[in-house]
Ligand binder design. Sequence first.
Ligand code: TYM
Length: 343
Amino acid sequence: MRIFSGIQPSGDIHIGNYLGAIKQWVALQNKVYPVRGGISNKADCIFCIVDWHAITVPYNQTMLQRKIKEVAAIYLAAGLSPEKNIIFVQSQVKEHAELAWLLNTITPLGDLQRMTQFKEKAAKQANVEAGLFNYPVLMAADILLYQTDIVPVGEDQKQHVELTREIARRFNTRFGKTELSSGEVFSLPKAQTLKIGAKIMSLTAPDKKMSKSDKNPQASITLFDSPEQIKKKISSATTDSGHEIKFQPKEKPGISNLLTIYSLFSDKSIKDLEKAFLGKSYQEFKASLSEILIEKLKPFRNKKAELDKSPESIEKILADGALRAQKIAQATMQKVRTSMGLL
Ligand code: TYM
């Protein structure tokens, strides 16, 4: 069983990225899957910092270098072990670019044109470059290079993983069983999303998802926010009319989103939280949520301070990860090149 996922080192990583993606990964690194013959196996987990994706919209070069290391620090602070998992930077394994090019040759234009994220991101740019349009093909390369079975992501990435599966199927049909290839070249990956937490909403506009590219800093809690920033953002988060702490996403989207965040950080069920806050005010609920967040995000603030003092330890982990990832990527590329008739 192979698991692959990644985060773009763009904007500030927020609690939506953590709850929808990283928190799942931390659990998956220890998960054991049954295989044939009654034997169980731990899944191979690969977690990438997808820097080539982050340069598909305008960015600042010096900031990018810093962000790449910050995302690595976040992975480690969240509890991902560099021994149990492969943690690496996409641009340090060149096979991602090679496979992306090859997959471009079998991806229909129409499939890329209907990608929701492309349409949303393109609408915000003055100039749209080819890289942004081809972004989902690079993402397919990331996933297929490692013969991935499961891609743990938030709701917004499901469409990209579906497209990846379609590209893999198309490739296997075209190049899989020929005189040059004995069988399927790629495993077919599946997205895995959480039942609760796959789409954390903005604090200021709870009908929109929390997003790294939101211009309003009050809309999200980042993993490095100070206790003061957390308190301020939570106390000014949009709530709903009425005063009950109840999970009713349609009628009370603001409070329901805060309840979801509270539940995922405290590991208490939403039902238990509704009971605990029965008759209490929004203010009391928000004060308690702030305390939980301040405590749970402390490891991220500490790791960032450590990174500021000694960036070398993180660079070493990333270099080791790239070597391990490349071994797997090279084996896949050998199969891909042969099956496509390249030398
Ligand atoms: P990115 O960097 O935008 O987001 C990283 C992860 O966070 C999830 N996420 C959320 N989950 C819950 N609520 C939210 N409000 C929220 N916002 C973001 C995302 O779904 C994602 O899982 N294209 C990807 C990066 C990527 C990738 C890959 C992922 C590139 N190659 C291969 C998996 C496999 C992206 O832009 O994620």
